[in-house]
Each structure stands twice: as C-alpha cells, then as structure tokens.
Design a protein around this ligand. Structure first.
Ligand SMILES: *Cc1c(COP(=O)(O)O)cnc(C)c1O
Length: 454
C-alpha cells in the first residue's frame, strides 16, 4: 500500500484560518518579510519547527488530569522517572523545563576555560551553552555527512579517526564525548549502532563518559531498524534500549521525541556529577522532582515515551517525512539527501543559483512559500549564520530552507498541499529576486531582522 495511513483518528480539531494571497502579501509587509514576526493564526501550514509542536494523544491529555502538583516527591515524577528508565536506565534522572536547561546545567559543571567537547554536530543551543562556559565545541561528523547530495544510510556518524586524534592530542581537556541522535544540524541524519558502539569503545579506551544528545532517539532507532544489518527483527524499543546501553548520560528535549509541548531532562550515572547537577537545578529550575515542570507535564512525557517507540507511529513518522521529500525530489527541487527523520531541507542555493548568497536565497524561497501557499518554513543559511562577530558578512556553508514536520499534526493531504505549492514556486523560480536586510540586531539576527524585497 502506498497511501500513508496516519495511525490515529482525530478526536479534537483545531481550525486552520484560510487566507488569500493578497492578505498574505499584506501580512508579509507588516512582518518586514521576517516569518518569525508572522502571527501563527495567519499561517496555513506551519513547518517552522518540530519542537514543542506535537499533537498529544487522548491518553496523554487524560494523563494530565492525573498530574500531582506536590512540590516534592510527586507520584508524577516517579511515573516519569520509570518511563525514562524503561528506555534509558540511567541511575539519575533530572527533569528540566526543556533541553537547553539540561545543557546549561551539564556544561556549567563539566565545562571551563581550555576544555573541549566533541560531538558529531553540536546543535545551536548546545554549542551556545558550551561556549557560554568558555569551553570549545568541536564538530567531528564524517565528511560524507557534509555533502548534501550523497545518499548514504548514516550520514550522522562521527568521524572515528578524527575523534581518536583529538582524544590522543587533548585527552586531559575533554570532559565528555557527545553524540547527537539524529544529527539535527546535519539534516536530521541518523547515527548507526555500529558508530555508537565504536564511539563508546573509544571513550572506554580513553576513559571518557559518552553523553547522547538524544532529542530524536526514537527516529534514530527506526532508521537503524530500516537500514542497519541485524536490526530488522528488533522492536524500536529494543533498539532504543541498546543505544542507551552504550551511554553514560543524556540530555533531552521532550519537545521532540517525548511527544509533548514542554519538558526535558538530564540523565547520568555518575553520583558526584548528579549531586552537582541537582544543586544547580534547585538554584535555577526547581526542586529535584519537578525541575521547572508541572506534575501534569511529567505525566504527559511519561506517556509520550511509551507512544513514541510504537512501530506504527514510527513507520508513519519516517514514511510521511520521506513522502514529502521524495515528491519534491521528483519535481526536480534540490533537497538534502537522503530525507532525514523530522524535516525536509531544500537546497535554496542550488534551486536559485541566480540569487547571490548575500541576497539570501533561502529567505527569498521561504517568503515565496508563504506568499503562494501560506506555508511557513525556516531559513537555515546566510541569514542565520552569515553575520560574523566583527559585524562583517559571509555566505554560510549552505543556504537551506527547512520544512520541519510537527509530530502527529498534519495529514497526507496537508503534505499534498505543500507539494502543490512548492511545484508552483519552483515553476516560477526565475522571478524570485532575493532580499535585503534593512535592520538587524548584533546577534541571532534571523529572529528579528527586517527585510525588503529586491
Ligand atoms: C531542540 C534541541 C535541543 C534543545 O532543546 P530545547 O528543548 O529546544 O531547549 C538540543 N539538541 C538538539 C539536537 C535539539 O534538536
């Protein structure tokens, strides 16, 4: 069967406000052509991010009623802790309000001037939290992982040769080794079990703990099931359990693979580190059994963790992302290959070669997608990364537009609508002209910059 059947029925609906192209052209002017400045009510299909945008199940909503809001020792915490340990049996599970809070706590304890933390590719909040502690964040993804057109099963893998070199030359400066599954900043590409195992072996050899940035652990496990020899007959849960068996700790954003709108955690085995982490937690997030969350949030995460490793859910999730990507590929639209787990990335620089990178082809494409179809996507390119600390400007390595798919939110017909819209944008691509930046803040300009059309 080719038709994707969403493995859920819809019980509660949220209306989408339909808008006309004329209205959207006005909204764009009011937003200074920055899609972050749009009101989400004025967006038809919102593919800005997959973070915190999941639809919860009726079981999760029911579970929220069971949330116990006791300040200390809530049963909701123990249910959450048991759900995490079922998949990732770390000794200490420390709830936080989202992933970056777990990062902030971890790096404030293990970081410091002169230290280095290697990863396949650090996510932007991870890198920022490492650098905020005067620590160096180093990306060691394989060179294949940096080639958008190369079709390989595990482009998130760590480069083991370079990791060994770094461990040999700077051993004393490396507090932990990290691995991000799936590799969000590298196109949502998965890491193989063989690579996780090999990274763990290197960590053992050099006596370093391995921490997973595990935001999309279930999607990564499903790619292992589909693509790696020996895993076809294992359940996603068994694969997830094996992944975590190689790790000494994890940071997690529940806004991804815990299927909730808010939440996260830090988990680890080391007693001394856990004690220090809990001390920071109490200072900045809250007591150790709620960490900045409500009891009901902990209930929703506990149930989300059971649902996210279900075979039918993961099959639908990975297949529907590929459905969008494969359709765009068939239209001739250049995308990052193979399609990752949570998003399709359009190579805007390749699609719009007549627009100079310093006139932001990704932003031009994202604006046009909204103008034509009311679809909101996210530029990941020169707008996001081009501004240098000294105020000069440089083309980013790539100019991509990310179409991130919220979990369990849109149906196949919503994706067909996106495909139709992109076909129209693609047919008229020569009419796109690039944009100027009229105003920008000194850092993280993509959130608030003001643009105009050229
Ligand atoms: C989202 C994300 C984070 C940060 O999590 P937040 O919940 O947004 O703070 C860290 N690492 C990766 C890989 C992510 O995708």
């Amino acid at each position: 069967m080719k038709t994707i059947i969403e493995p859920f029925r819809i019980k509660s609906v949220e209306p989408i406000t339909m808008t006309t192209q004329t209205q959207r052209e006005q909204f764009l002017v009011q937003a200074n052509y920055n899609l972050f400045s749009l009101k989400s009510d004025d967006v038809i299909i919102d593919l800005l991010t997959d973070s915190g945008t999941s639809a919860m199940s009726s079981r999760q909503w029911a579970g929220m009623q069971m949330g116990d809001e006791s300040y200390a020792g809530s049963p909701s915490f123990y249910r959450f802790e048991a759900a995490v340990k079922e998949l990732a049996p770390f000794k200490h599970i420390i709830p936080t309000h989202q992933g970056r809070a777990a990062e902030k706590i971890l790096f404030s304890i293990i970081g410091g001037a002169g230290k280095i933390i290697p990863n396949n590719t650090h996510f932007d909040t991870t890198r920022a939290n490492i650098e905020a502690n005067q620590t160096q964040a180093i990306d060691l993804v394989t060179s294949e992982g940096l080639d958008p057109q190369l079709v390989l099963p595990f482009k998130g893998d760590m480069d083991l040769v370079r990791l060994r070199e770094l461990l040999q030359s700077r051993c004393d400066d490396i507090p932990i080794v990290m691995l991000t599954i799936t590799n969000n900043s590298g196109g949502g590409q998965p890491v193989s079990m063989a690579n996780i195992r090999a990274v763990k072996a290197l960590c053992k050899e050099f006596d370093k703990p391995l921490f997973l940035d595990a935001c999309r652990f279930a999607e990564n496990a499903y790619f292992i099931k589909l693509r790696e020899a020996g895993y076809r007959d294992k359940t996603p849960k068994e694969i997830v359990q094996e992944i975590f068996s190689y790790a000494d700790g994890m940071t997690m954003s529940g806004k991804k693979d815990a299927l909730v709108n808010m939440g996260g955690w830090l988990a680890l085995n080391d007693d001394d580190l856990a004690m220090k982490a809990r001390n920071v937690l109490i200072l900045t997030e809250g007591f150790v059994t709620y960490g900045g969350l409500s009891g009901r949030d902990l209930e929703a995460m506990a149930i989300g963790l059971e649902e996210v490793v279900e075979q039918d859910y993961l099959h639908y999730r990975i297949t529907s992302t590929a459905y969008l990507g494969n359709a765009l590929n068939k239209l001739g639209i250049p995308i990052v290959k193979p399609v990752g787990g949570h998003a399709v990335y359009i190579d805007a620089r390749a699609m719009l070669p007549h627009i100079d990178p310093l006139h932001y082809p990704g932003q031009a494409l994202a604006i046009e997608m909204y103008r034509i179809g009311g679809i909101r996507a996210c530029e990941i390119g020169t707008v996001m990364f081009g501004l240098q600390p000294d105020g000069t400007e440089q083309a980013a390595a790539m100019d991509l537009v990310r179409l991130a798919i919220p979990r369990r939110v849109y149906t196949q017909s919503h994706m067909d609508y996106c495909i139709e819209c992109l076909a129209e944008v693609y047919a008229n691509k020569h009419s796109l002209k690039g944009v100027n930046i009229d105003w920008q803040p000194p850092a993280l300009r993509h959130f608030t910059a003001k643009f105009s059309l050229r």
